[in-house]
Design a protein around this ligand. Sequence first.
Ligand code: GLP
Length: 241
Amino acid sequence: MKITITKNEQKFDQRAAWTIIGQMLSKPNSVIGLSTGETTKNMHKIVSDIYKANPFLTEEVRIFNVDELTNLPRTYAGSCFSMIKTQICDNLNIPEEHFIMPPTFSDDFELECRNFDESLEKAGGVDLQMLGIGWNGHIGINQPGTPFHSTTWVSPMDPIFEARVRKETGVDDNYPLGGLTLGIKSIMNMKKVVLIAKGKHKAEIIKKALKGPVTTDIPASVLQLHPNCEVLLDADAASML
Ligand code: GLP
């Protein structure tokens, strides 16, 4: 795995933004997967700012997010649909039909998961996935213990994240919340994955994921086996390597 370590957070954001733009420029009909969260907010803004200053072809680009919350309306500001739409798709004039996302409500999520996988396949497969990592090593919403052969599915959220969503939405504790996520197998099938992390709080999990054993206890560790996975870190996230 090629590991790139940037001097600071700002350089990380810029480098990550240019990775996305580079993919769009080198293959204008690319299928690009994004991740929501603090790691990606600013890189999405930089991509948008660069596009605004120097527009490039985005008509054929297909964008999706690696996961989506279930049982909450898409209009909730914390839904992945809303975040990716406002942070990047709208700014880059990505046509709505090229923003591939599963619905947040459904009577048949198994079918929605298959549909999501199929739409990405039909679009030509995933060219690039900018993949965040959770504090416990989760990728997408695949929590520790998720089998490596998992395809797209609805996973429970990690407890800290779920508590945050419940607080923000006021959803009652008895009401189930989950996350539809591309499975580990789906991620391993992508043509290129860039694992991204910044900040001291990610240093320990990055060490475990990159230097520790490949284990379902740390879902991101499976990326050590991906044929085309690069890692982009700022100096803080890389400080324990
Ligand atoms: C959530 C998202 C993940 C993301 C992770 C890291 O769990 N579902 O896709 O990678 O958070 O978030 P942050 O960048 O805020 O640390």
